[in-house]
Design a protein. Sequence first.
Length: 256
Amino acid sequence: MIFVTTSHDPTEAQVEKAKKLADELKLPYLIRRNHPNISKETHGEYCYVIEKDRIVVKSEHLEFFFHPSMAKVRMKNIQKGLKDHLIDCLQLSGDEVILDTTLGLGTEAILMAAFLDSGRVVGIEGSTPIFVVVRDGLENHKAKESWINAAMKKIQVLHADFKEFLRSCPEESYDIVYCDPMFENPVFESSSMNPLRPFAIYDTVDIDDVNHMVRVAKRRVVLKAHAKDSLFKRISVDKIFGSKRSQVLYGVIDKR
Ligand SMILES: C[S@@+](CC[C@H](N)C(=O)[O-])C[C@H]1O[C@@H](n2cnc3c(N)ncnc32)[C@H](O)[C@@H]1O
């Protein structure tokens, strides 16, 4: 069963937040006092636990919550003078509006937003639990680093299927369209992606989707894939950025 509850001894604000989320998702709200062992009650599904400062999605065997740790690691590497292939290939001026069609944990949305002054990021996520956790994290997480807090404020999160969303967008309505679907060849080793995997949508990006991305983008489209994936064999791009070591590739289609 999927349901919403709080941590033990919740504040009034937590109870309010839990009831509001249950209402929004049309799910039952369980009073925690009456349900001490919640993960056992999920019976192969999961529940949303409203804690004091975050939302945790729990099932019997795992926990999924928001944390911007990978954005922090990537920014530290940039500050050390190392290349970040995504930031390199975006060629940002700072005023862009970026459509991130696959928000996931929001790691790359945060990183991109950190390089925007007047620009912003619109992030699309189709999975309900990922959308709920990351929307709340971007709104309420208080990072020690002020650049992360500022970047998170520049991201608007939408719950949608990016395929449908793209088809509803007018021509050239975003400067850049970014798409990072789940890899066909996942990298499991020490991956920050692991807690997200059971909740993610595993859609394939086809040529029709890319044609819509090109239609919707004013400047460029960036696609991400693992070197062993079929994406860049099926879809031709102008330039591929990436590292041989990590096998993570970013393909760029330039419009102007
Ligand atoms: C590899 S993750 C993206 C990771 C992200 N770039 C980050 O930095 O955290 C892909 C995400 O896209 C979502 N997704 C896949 N297909 C989708 C679709 N058709 N519509 C919306 N979201 C989708 C998955 O649920 C998953 O959260």
